[in-house]
Design a protein around this ligand. Structure first.
Ligand SMILES: Nc1nc2c(c(=O)[nH]1)N[C@H]1C(S)=C(S)[C@@H](COP(=O)(O)OP(=O)(O)OC[C@H]3O[C@@H](n4cnc5c(=O)[nH]c(N)nc54)[C@H](O)[C@@H]3O)O[C@H]1N2
Ligand SMILES: Nc1nc2c(c(=O)[nH]1)N[C@H]1C(S)=C(S)[C@@H](COP(=O)(O)OP(=O)(O)OC[C@H]3O[C@@H](n4cnc5c(=O)[nH]c(N)nc54)[C@H](O)[C@@H]3O)O[C@H]1N2
Ligand code: SF4
Ligand SMILES: [Mo]
Length: 748
């Protein structure tokens, strides 16, 4: 059926791309994997180095982009001074130049038009495209109020559009970093320690003696600093304990691999808590001084013995005891890692509470080798008038649901875009900047209904990703290597800032987000919020206030500042106020109780797959970031499709061979658009299958990525919502195999 907003492909003409010869990956020697590998010899002296920070993922490593005399980018390397990367980029960061060279990039503004009943995009000037977006923003504001315009964003472009939206009068913004990613851990740790984990995580992995990874698959999750520190910790003999239904890279480096039955982690965590308390292995002085609720907790986990957990998790009770004792022996230099993408089963804030409680019992918060006290420096705000008051935002639509959500809930903004949901306040139009919603938000049907319901969608992106197929106007952003952005200020052991400056001019007719947002602002009569001609003026003003300058930052790239908040760790017997209602670590959460939630985590059973079905789990590959790198010439060279991991027992039953193509069908009858190759491996439990997220792109203009592998997202139709904060638990989906090409015409 034709709809008002048919999904359409964007045409792109292409020139050849330069390739970086990245060495093959082996996590054994982490160093090998950081080799930058530009083959032609041009000495560094013959090139100019430009400061940047990476946009290939949200770790934001600072680095140098080297440009030769002809103006070609030759390599990107890490900045030695940067605490996020210590001078070494991960393979994706090294291959980031592929974002610049990709010949499939968006090249000019595009506007949707219908000719003879057929929808397509036509090229437009920036003037025309910006005028159109601004007129739509004005129209919505006049008719419904600015609040009816929503922003979906992720990464650096977001900050420029947030400023625009606040000036315009809308607080309706959502990013997948909350409900699809790390929201539950911020709520779980916030309720326990009064502090978010944040990014980068303040895990003192470098000095740890015992690192416990619950699903967190460092090594495939390539968050640079953590992977480096984990490698150091392993060299120093730290014990690694990995809980994962799959033998992940981390599990293969671990002293203990606990191949847990998926969806049962809370049972394991409660039994570990049980052992620590009932074998009196917990840090008594620490708990006595800093925590409340110990007696309630002790009573609460009375029956959660390892034998009880065994029946649920399939993990041997002796192994549960042994690992608990190892954790205690290494404490307080033990980290039970909070994980990062933790929206799994809908009870994720409670699982994170259990992880936080375990860390508390081990005395690891504020201790060397546990969690350090992070510190960031704030960047002065460039002067502008006060933002107007908005009359409503996403919270007002929730009627008290998800009370602990601290950021906009993307899927709630989608629901508010669909009149049939009957939300009190309706969303009428969107700007989407830097997030590929159809592959990012589970339940694609919801996304499609929402996209169909709204009056207008503008997309700011660098690539013709699936999201651009839903746009009315496409605004092509230049890549991070071609632009300035705001100063990066992130918490770490020491506060630091990093500068992103352009290494080369924007290719094609592309522009940076700061410019796009400013142009829209000015067209909307918000010039008072943009009292500068160029972002360089803003950066110069801010940097001067911080005791440096744009010129200095261009030379050094990263600047560190002394800590002001005190030491990295608690001093012996130091009095310390935790930012909870009691000022203590809350083993028993009064915040949860106040909102009607269990003050201590409980195990609840989740459905298991029916016969012939297997739980669909997913994760990362070291050389890709979600869908954003799937078409990157350098990184697609290293991995150009995903595969589905199948246990040999299951492969036998289904007579599946390595490399055979299958389609996956989920419990609701949804069949993957594209086939995926089978990888038969003992590294996955028999009750689950595994695939890397970010593949199965359906836009033909992504020449390297189109139809390569399958998309986990489209098979995730059962979403379990976290009642505390609205997280979308995505791991309650089960798939079966289809060996012959399905009858139904393959959608594209
Ligand atoms: N099924 C499933 N869903 C998931 C996940 C999963 O594992 N499985 N993971 C979840 C997690 S943890 C997260 S954090 C989210 C991530 O969700 P997203 O951030 O939406 O992930 P990407 O697929 O990388 O999409 C980023 C988009 O930004 C564009 N882009 C890249 N660089 C720039 C730039 O400089 N400027 C602009 N304007 N655009 C740019 C890319 O082309 C792409 O369209 O996904 C979540 N959703
Ligand atoms: N290379 C690369 N690195 C990345 C990213 C990327 O796109 N590419 N994205 C970054 C982002 S935004 C995020 S949020 C992080 C996400 O990375 P993490 O937070 O480390 O990992 P998750 O995605 O939560 O979990 C993936 C692991 O969980 C296991 N798993 C599945 N089900 C269960 C279960 O029921 N119990 C347990 N214990 N384990 C289970 C899977 O087998 C897999 O190994 O990665 C970051 N790092
Ligand atoms: S971890 Fe890799 S992809 Fe992420 S910011 Fe650092 S270098 Fe870039
Ligand atoms: Mo994430």
């Amino acid at each position: 059926m034709k709809t008002r907003r048919d999904f359409i492909k964007i045409s792109a003409a292409g020139a050849g791309a330069a390739t970086l010869g990245l060495s093959s990956l082996s996590w054994n020697g982490v160093n090998k994997l950081y080799a930058s590998g530009d083959q032609e010899s041009v000495s560094d002296e013959e090139m100019t180095a430009h400061s940047t920070y990476c946009e290939v993922c949200f770790w934001k490593c600072a680095g140098w982009t080297y440009v030769d005399k002809k103006g070609s980018i030759r390599k990107i390397i890490g900045n030695q001074e940067d605490p996020h990367c210590n001078g070494r980029l991960c393979p994706r960061g090294t291959g980031g130049v592929g974002m610049y060279t990709d010949e499939d990039r968006l090249k000019t503004p595009l506007i949707r038009e219908t000719v003879n009943g057929k929808q397509g995009f036509r090229k437009a000037s920036w003037e025309e495209a910006l005028d159109l977006v601004a007129s739509k923003m004005k129209g919505v504001s006049d008719k419904y109020g600015p609040e009816a315009f929503a922003l979906f964003n992720h990464g650096s472009p977001g900050s420029h559009f947030k400023h625009l939206f606040h000036a315009y009068g809308s607080g309706n913004e959502g990013e997948p970093a909350w409900a699809q990613c790390r929201g539950p851990r911020e709520v779980g740790f916030g309720a326990t320690f009064g502090s978010w984990i944040g990014s980068p995580e303040p895990t003192d992995i470098r000095d740890t003696k015992c690192l416990v990874l619950i699903g967190a698959h460092l090594g495939e999750n390539m968050h640079n600093g953590q992977v480096q520190e984990m490698s150091t910790a392993i060299d120093r003999g730290a014990t690694i304990i990995t809980v994962d239904p799959r033998l992940s890279t981390a599990a293969s480096k671990s002293k203990y691999w606990l191949p847990i039955k998926p969806a049962t982690d809370i049972a394991l965590l409660l039994s570990w808590i049980h052992v620590l308390i009932y074998e009196e292995l917990y840090d008594k002085d620490y708990i006595e001084k800093y925590a409340v609720g110990f007696e309630q907790l002790k009573e609460h986990v009375k029956n959660n013995t390892p034998e009880w957990a065994y029946g649920i998790t399939t993990i041997n009770p002796d192994l549960i005891r042994k690992t608990a004792r190892e954790m205690a022996a290494a404490s307080p230099a033990t980290i039970v890692h909070p994980g990062r993408h933790v929206a799994w089963y809908g009870d994720d804030s409670q699982r994170e509470r259990a992880i936080a409680i375990l860390n508390a019992l081990l005395g690891s918060w504020g201790r060397r080798g546990g969690f350090y006290f992070k510190e960031a420096i704030s960047v002065p705000k460039f002067p502008h008038p006060k933002y107007p008051h908005h009359k409503w935002d996403w919270k007002d639509n929730l009627d008290g649901k998800y009370p602990l959500s601290a950021m906009g809930i993307t899927q709630e903004l989608l629901k508010a875009s669909i009149p049939e949901y009957g939300y009190k306040h309706q969303i009428k139009s969107w700007i989407v900047a830097g997030t590929n919603l159809p592959l990012t938000i589970p339940n694609k049907e919801l996304f499609q209904m929402a996209a169909e319901s709204v009056d207008f969608i503008a997309v700011v992106d660098t690539m013709p990703m699936d999201i651009t197929g839903y746009a009315d106007v496409i605004l092509p952003e230049c890549t991070y290597l071609e632009r300035y952005d705001y100063i990066r200020s992130a918490p770490h052991r020491e506060p630091s800032i990093a500068l992103r400056a352009p290494a080369v001019k924007p290719k094609y007719d592309t522009k940076p987000s700061w410019w796009i947002a400013k142009q829209l602002g000015e067209r909307l009569g918000l010039g008072e919020y943009y009292k500068y001609d160029d972002i360089e003026e803003v950066l110069e003003w801010q940097l001067k206030k911080m005791g440096t300058s744009l010129a200095e930052m261009k030379k050094i790239g990263v600047k560190k500042f002394p800590r002001k908040s005190g030491g990295l760790y608690l001093l012996p017997n130091e009095d310390y106020h935790f930012n909870t209602s009691t000022g203590k670590i809350e083993l028993y959460s009064f915040e949860f109780l106040d909102h009607g939630f269990d003050p201590m985590p409980n195990f609840t059973e989740h459905p298991q797959p029916e016969e012939g079905f297997y739980r669909l789990i997913y994760g990362r590959a070291p050389m890709h970031t979600f869908s954003r790198t799937s078409n990157n010439p350098n990184l697609a060279d290293l991995m150009d499709e995903n595969s589905v991991w199948v246990n040999p027992k299951v492969a036998d039953i289904w007579e599946l061979k390595n490399g055979q193509e299958v389609w996956l069908q989920n419990q609701d009858g949804v069949v993957s658009t594209f086939p995926i190759k089978v990888r038969v491996t003992e590294r996955i439990r028999w009750d689950s299958v595994y695939m890397v997220h970010g593949f199965g792109n359906s836009n033909k203009k992504l020449k390297r990525a189109y139809g390569r592998g399958a998309s986990d997202s489209e098979l995730i139709t059962n979403v379990m919502i976290d009642p505390q904060m609205g997280g979308t638990g995505m791991r309650g989906n089960f798939v079966t195999f289809i060996k012959e090409k399905p009858e139904e015409e393959v959608k594209s």
